[in-house]
Design a protein around this ligand. Structure first.
Ligand code: ZN
Ligand code: ZN
Length: 584
């Protein structure tokens, strides 16, 4: 679920411990300020605004010039000053979390600009394709209005790329390649589909001509940027170019801002390394237990990891036929709901159905075989879809390899993660209130952590009948999250080499070579996001255990889940702070 930032909506209103008159006044003032804060956020981030469904600034293209960036930072500084005027202890629990999240967002934006400075080394920051594609394909407004915004926005594409070039000082080779590839792809946004839309629209002929001309200018500007980058790339040498590795200092800080965890990056890394060892022990026990059933009297490999690997490969062959991939997923949804209801794990609102559908063409190619597509904060009553790739275009080899990865066991865990009680259920809970801050500043580690936590929680409560096969495959899936964290930290902070990374992923996390190579590419282009799954999971799991210990026999799992989700998509450490305060 990559687009969580764009789609997560809000948290249920909390009951407040400090519900006196004074706090009511502060809360009312704070509500007003929140509205102002969001308006300002959209004014200074027009592209982000469009992506969450706020279309007032669609026609604005944010030019990445030094002056414009300085003005934006000034705006953030003023917001920061205003935030300081609120006394957090006079606010309700929900508003307190909002205040913390707003403050974190401002500080994070300042840090990105002043210290991380990817505007100088990541040329893929500059790309107009996505904005224009969203406007062309969106159905939030009639075609003529969208084209009119496109017309105005097109005026500044050339200035945009010129300003971008002026910012780039010391690009990494990897991000330069990425920028070349992605911008080449963006040229097609101004191709036949856009031209056809212009021609079939009821705009005046004059405006149609204007747009068609400006599209040519935009294409030339993008091609110009690609040429400029290609020449720049020739001057870069692996020994002297800036490394894609951001180093320990920036990694620690970025982890703090992006994850907003109670843990430090290094603590999470240590925790993940320890977890990997524990999982190997568990997987080894399960594989020995299953060996006879699948391999008869054939000798057990002396090397433990080899034994586990062979067991996993053997179980992976058990999968649905490619033609029933989608219907298998459709069938799982009511089964998951039924299990959760019988076990009383969390209330599932039957009035908010999840629609399983074939991934729309324009979203295909994103690489995910299944994903949740949920309404944004400005469009909450829209449907939530479980997009499934129908595998129709896959060659037999590719389909087989895909189906082995999403075999009988993993497919169930995938639906737990994406749908119920994972992303979809969390979204229904967070959609239950009009709270915009947690919706737009939603915390990715909480969102992914919840889905990863849901997998384990279901198995702990007997999903899959405690079959050793199910547990073994779950552990394999879980190892992916664990090793994502190890990989991210090792590569960026400890200088891990590609060969060692691929070795770890294939030998110790039992991944295919192709998956490991893709993961290597991802870690060279991104930082921290790979840590969000295991960090969020660990924090939620630890919080549950802590509350369980405090409440003893009183502990009620269903209540814990419902209360936890009622806070919306906030950082786990903030939710934990309020939940633990209620324990006293
Ligand atoms: Zn996810
Ligand atoms: Zn097969």
């Amino acid at each position: 679920m990559k687009k969580y930032l764009l789609v997560i909506a809000s948290g249920i209103l909390l009951f407040s411990c400090t519900n006196n008159k004074l706090s009511q006044k502060s809360d009312a003032q704070f509500e007003d300020f929140k509205n102002y804060f969001v308006e300002e956020l959209w004014r200074i981030n027009p592209s982000w605004a469009s992506s969450v469904g706020f279309h007032k600034y669609d026609s604005i293209l944010e030019i990445p010039s030094t002056e414009a960036m300085a003005a934006k930072m000034k705006a953030y500084e003023l917001l920061d000053d205003s935030l300081k005027k609120f006394e957090e202890n006079s606010l309700s629990g929900a508003n307190k979390i909002d205040l913390w999240m707003m403050r974190d967002h401002v500080h994070s934006s300042q840090w990105y600009f002043n210290s991380f400075r990817s505007q100088e080394w990541n040329p893929s920051n500059y790309n107009v394709g996505g904005d224009f594609a969203d406007m062309l394909n969106g159905n939030y407004d009639k075609l003529e209005n969208r084209l009119h915004s496109i017309n105005l926005k097109l005026d500044h594409v050339a200035d945009y790329y010129k300003a971008g070039e002026a910012q780039i000082k010391n690009p990494t080779m990897e991000h330069t390649d990425l920028a070349i590839m992605q911008n080449q792809g963006s040229v097609s946004v101004f191709g036949d589909a856009m031209a056809d839309s212009v021609k079939k629209s009821s705009l005046r002929e004059e405006e149609k001509k204007q747009i068609l001309q400006k599209m040519e200018t935009a294409k030339a500007a993008i091609n110009g940027y690609v040429t400029w980058l290609t020449d720049l790339k020739k001057t870069l040498k692996p020994e002297t170019a800036k490394s894609f590795r951001i180093g320990k200092e920036l990694f620690d800080k970025k982890f703090e801002y992006d994850i907003q965890s109670g843990y430090k990056a290094e603590q999470m890394y240590d925790k993940a390394v320890k977890r990997k060892g524990e999982l190997h022990v568990e997987m080894s026990k399960l594989s020995s237990q299953l060996w006879k059933k699948y391999f008869g009297d054939r000798p057990v490999p002396a090397d433990t990891l080899t034994m586990i690997h062979r067991m996993i490969d053997t179980l992976s062959v058990i999968h649905v036929h490619r033609d029933s991939f989608m219907s298998a997923i459709e069938k799982q949804i009511p089964e998951l709901v039924n299990f959760i209801n019988t076990q009383k794990l969390i209330y599932i609102d039957p009035a908010k159905p999840l629609i399983v559908r074939k991934t729309p063409d324009y979203m295909e190619g994103a690489g995910a075989g299944a994903s949740i597509n949920s309404p944004g904060p400005y469009d909450k009553n829209a449907n939530t879809y479980y997009n499934v790739s129908p595998l129709t275009d896959y060659t037999p080899e590719r389909a087989e390899s895909y189906l082995r990865e999403y075999n009988k066991y993993i497919l169930q865990i995938l639906s737990i993660h994406e749908a119920i009680p994972g992303h979809y259920t969390q979204l229904v809970y967070s959609n239950n209130s009009p709270d915009i801050i947690k919706s737009i500043l939603g915390n990715g580690a909480m969102v992914e952590g919840w889905a990863v936590y849901g997998e384990r929680m279901m198995l702990e409560n007997g999903y899959g009948n405690n079959e050793p096969e199910m547990w073994l495959m779950y552990y394999k899936w879980h190892l992916r999250s664990v090793c994502n964290t190890i990989l991210d930290y090792s590569v960026h902070a400890l200088n891990m080499k590609e060969e060692d990374a691929v070795n770890m992923l294939t030998k110790e996390a039992f991944q295919q070579e192709a998956e490991a190579k893709n993961k290597w590419r991802r870690v060279t282009l991104s930082q921290i996001q790979l840590c969000s799954y295991f960090t969020g999971f660990s924090e939620i799991y630890d919080l549950r255990e802590e509350i369980k210990k405090k409440e003893g026999a009183q502990f009620d799992l269903e209540k814990f889940h419902e209360k936890f989700l009622s806070y919306g998509s906030a950082p786990v450490k903030y939710i934990g702070q309020l939940m633990l305060a209620d324990e006293k």
